[in-house]
Ligand binder design. Structure first.
Ligand code: SAM
Length: 247
């Protein structure tokens, strides 16, 4: 049987494609891609000629059998998305789950991923973080999602597009107040920028310089500060108070 290679591709800078990714894309006999036109450009850049099969959220389930058949005939397949690591806020989960259930070999070929890239340079704690993908598009649902996260003490990570970055920052300002944020914008590209401050400060920066609201974003929010611990004298006082009240 062939193997399915899950191949990470650049999130901006083409030089970030690993030699192993290039080698795998050059040897498989089918590339399943989120957007075949987009990935055709990458293959051309690598000088690779290989059939592409579209695989996106609307047809993923129906592609499984076609790809399984290819693997059963002993040929290898690569899965790529438009940018970064497949399955990370990108198609591929259903394919990988079903092929794994059917006993196929799935081989990860690691590489760029926007959330890890952003965290690696943000200066926020990375020992524990909570990746939340994209927030809901509707304001009410978005606020509810943020409210559910406000007490989490891990670094919170979100993906955001230029269309919604301001709305999202407004909601973060409402829910998180002056909590510290880091925005990673256009990572690995010519206009890569890191902005930091609270959400109101970031919105003001974007109002002063609308270019700062363009491009792709990873939004990182500092985790909730540790709950203030009661000092031992406070604990003693409250124990004494309870005892006195009981009397
Ligand atoms: N699979 C990708 C990965 O591994 O990061 C993510 C795909 S998701 C559909 C696209 C989102 O990832 C963008 O809206 C943005 O939030 C983030 N992203 C991708 N490339 C980025 C970049 N160069 N700079 C900042 N964020 C980026």
């Amino acid at each position: 049987y062939g193997a399915l290679y899950v191949v990470a591709t650049p999130i901006g800078n083409l030089d970030d494609l690993s030699p192993r990714a290039a080698q795998v894309l050059g040897t498989v006999t089918l590339v399943a891609a989120e957007d075949t036109r987009h990935s055709a450009r990458l293959l051309r850049h690598l000088g690779v000629v290989c059939p592409l099969l579209s695989l996106h959220e609307h047809n993923e389930a129906s592609r499984v059998e076609r790809i399984a058949e290819h693997l059963r005939s002993g040929r290898d397949v690569a899965l790529v998305s438009d940018a970064g690591t497949p399955l990370i806020s990108d198609p591929g989960f259903v394919l990988v789950r079903e092929l794994r259930r059917a006993g196929h070999r799935i081989v990860p070929v690691p590489g760029p991923c926007a959330l890890v890239t952003a965290l690696s340079a943000a200066g926020l704690p990375t020992d524990r973080f909570l990746f939340n993908g994209f927030l809901p598009a509707k304001r009410g649902a978005r606020r509810a999602r943020l409210e559910a996260l406000v007490e989490r003490d891990e670094t919170l990570v979100f993906y955001e597009s230029p269309h919604r970055i301001r709305d999202t920052l407004e909601d973060i300002a409402t829910v998180f107040g002056s909590r510290h944020l880091v925005l990673g914008r256009e990572l690995t590209k010519a206009f890569e920028t890191f902005l930091e401050g609270d959400a109101d400060h970031l919105l003001a920066t974007m109002n002063d310089d609308p270019d700062q609201a363009r491009g792709e974003f990873v939004v990182m929010v500092a985790g909730a500060p540790p709950a203030k611990e009661e000092s031992s004298s406070e604990i003693e006082a409250s124990t004494l108070l309870s005892a006195l009240l009981a009397e």
